[in-house]
Design a protein around this ligand. Structure first.
Ligand code: ATP
Length: 311
């Protein structure tokens, strides 16, 4: 078989440090304000390119499509088309980020494919050149080209990396039930009062992003998500109770859920909270936030150490 060029890159999950919905726009999309935050929990995206044609994708998570419905597959197809390049591309996804959990797994995988293929194919687009492709793939995809702590506005696709980066520990909890993103937004729309300002997000980004700041945060999707799945309401009450008993600085739903998390100042407190949640019958992990600097360095390590030639 002809030599393949390959690389394995990390695709980090995100949480939303607060999310405000200002209203419905004329184009039918919601006008959002959020702070995206990368976390150490990540999938691995292995990419190989060689002579020929076609995209092959393997994914170890049952329930995640392994064909052109997969966002990683679509990212590869879009990049090849945009760059006018013919190559055979193999994508292998090792999933750790729970699917449909509000952690941006699919979007992160897509951004990883764009950045990884840009490197392997030497298309030289860089983050600026990849941004329009990322926007077309989904509103959360552009954020994953940068990672770290970043303000997201419009549908979330307009991203402003913050100078001050969060360094904290989270206990992430994955309740077994959740509502789909579309259903949560539909329910929210029924009672949505349009407004022009996003006070909690702007107060948060203008703060020092430490301890007390997390108490400012709210997620406007939370009550709609809990109304949509009444079972989730009782579970979230229990999860929040555990997180608070371990001294969480803030407790929030990520995106439209159903991942619920607590922010902690130390690794020990986050680990104890995750352990308590495990004892209470929930799936939970403790992990550190990832700043934009660490995000970039993780990428650089993967790309410079991963350029091996394979059979
Ligand atoms: P969203 O809020 O956009 O729905 P999410 O962050 O809650 O996203 P994802 O992990 O991105 O959740 O999964 C959303 C859906 O996208 C899943 O139902 C899954 O079938 C589909 N999907 C497509 N590609 C992927 C991928 N590479 N990884 C995970 N899910 C994917």
């Amino acid at each position: 078989m002809a030599a393949l060029k390959r690389v394995t890159v990390p695709a980090f999950a995100k949480v939303n440090l607060g999310l405000e919905v200002l209203g419905l726009r004329e184009d039918g999309h919601h006008e959002l304000r959020t702070v995206f935050q990368s976390v150490a929990l990540h999938d691995d995206v292995a990419l190989a390119v060689g002579p020929g044609d076609g995209i092959a994708l393997r994914c170890d998570a049952p329930g995640v499509p392994a064909d052109e419905r997969n966002l990683a597959w679509r990212a590869a197809a879009d990049l090849l088309r945009f760059a006018g390049v013919r190559r055979r591309v193999r994508i292998e996804l090792t999933k750790r980020i729970p699917a449909a959990g509000g952690l941006g797994g699919g979007s992160s995988n897509a951004a990883a494919v764009l950045l990884g293929l840009d490197h392997l194919l030497r298309t030289g687009l860089g983050t600026a050149g990849l941004a329009p492709l990322a926007r077309r793939l989904g509103a959360d995809v552009p954020y994953f080209l940068f990672g770290g702590t970043a303000l997201g506005v419009a549908r979330g696709e307009e991203v402003y990396p913050l100078l001050r980066q969060v360094d904290a520990w989270l206990a992430l909890c994955f309740p077994p039930v959740g509502a789909g993103t579309a259903a949560v937004f539909r329910r929210l729309d029924a009672g949505l009062t349009p407004r022009e300002n996003a006070p909690t997000i702007f107060r948060f980004v203008s703060s020092d992003l430490t301890a007390g700041a997390y108490r400012l945060l709210v997620n406007d999707l939370e009550s709609a998500a809990l109304e949509e799945v009444p079972e989730l309401k009782a579970q979230v009450a229990r999860i929040r109770g555990v997180l608070r008993s371990r001294g969480a600085l803030g407790t929030l739903l990520s995106g439209s859920g159903s991942t619920y998390y607590g922010v902690f100042g130390t690794a020990a407190a986050a680990r104890e909270a995750a352990r308590d949640l495990g004892r209470a019958g929930f799936r939970a992990v403790a992990c550190r936030t990832v700043t934009s600097g660490r995000y970039r360095r993780a990428w650089q390590r993967a790309l410079t150490g991963g350029g091996r030639r394979a059979r």
